[in-house]
Write a protein that binds this ligand. Structure first.
Ligand SMILES: [Zn+2]
Length: 255
């Protein structure tokens, strides 16, 4: 038996939508050599309101095929875009500064969040033929309404920039930053490359790596993703988010 690798690696592809089908294929080609099917896809039911996932479509059957092959499926907002009115609040400033208006679940009321989670979950579960594995808010931004709606909907797993938790059990499952890349400005691109290079060698027990469709347009990001996954899998076992829940159950069963 080989020496067990010390930590876990959770890899995810964000913004899985018919709009980004070719980018998703390129990201898969980049990620699969390192983790196989041990990855999560974050699915957007109707990106910006004009890229719907239609049950019975070719894209829907691809989603089902990925789910059948073991890819975990997370709901990732509904439209992805922040179309709520935050007024002149701090959250509006946060949304516009951090996300270029992609923080869909930051300003939603509990009812609106519950409605979108319910509709999105029904659609994705219909398409993949199995229960959803979890939910990740666009840009990892959750307002209080979204957090309440996730708990009420008993969603098994959610994550933000710094932690993974279970809305269903309200337990924290993992801590530590996500390695991700940004390309909207040259400065952000450079700092995300530097952050990835530092974090992939840091002693983070559960290391998360999230890739996005625009990443494939930048050769430096593509190289950094490959290097990061290579280093990460030399010391960590590619795992499923659901493994964190199973570990939590084992721990709470013992105590
Ligand atoms: Zn996203």
């Amino acid at each position: 038996m080989p020496t067990p690798r010390r930590g876990l690696l959770l890899a995810s592809i964000h913004d899985v939508s018919p709009r980004f089908e070719s980018e998703v294929d390129q990201l898969l080609a980049l990620v699969e050599p390192h983790v196989g099917q041990r990855l999560a896809m974050l699915v957007v039911p109707n990106h910006w309101g004009d890229a719907p996932i239609i049950p019975g479509s070719a894209f829907a059957s691809r989603l089902r095929g990925w789910a059948d092959s073991g890819v975990e499926m997370f709901l990732h907002g509904y439209f992805h875009r922040d179309d709520t009115c935050h007024g002149r609040s701090a959250s509006r400033l946060q949304a516009s500064l951090m996300t270029a208006g992609e923080g869909e679940f930051l300003g939603l009321t509990r009812n609106d969040a519950a409605h979108r989670i319910g509709e999105g979950r029904a659609l994705v579960e219909d398409v993949i033929g199995r229960p959803l594995d979890g939910f990740v808010a666009p840009a990892w931004l959750y307002g209080s309404g979204a957090l309440e709606a996730l708990s009420e909907a008993a969603v098994p797993i959610a994550e933000d920039h710094l932690r993974v938790w279970s809305p269903r059990t309200r337990q924290q499952l993992a801590r530590g930053p996500v390695i991700t890349w940004a390309s909207r400005t040259r400065l952000r691109l450079a700092s995300s490359l530097a952050a990835a290079a530092a974090l992939r060698n840091a002693p983070i027990k559960v290391l998360r790596v999230g890739v996005h469709p625009p990443d494939v347009r930048h050769p430096a990001i593509v190289r950094s993703i490959g290097n990061t996954l290579g280093v990460a899998t030399s010391t960590r076992r590619p795992a499923a988010y659901a493994d964190l829940l199973a570990a939590q159950l084992r721990i709470s069963g013992r105590t």
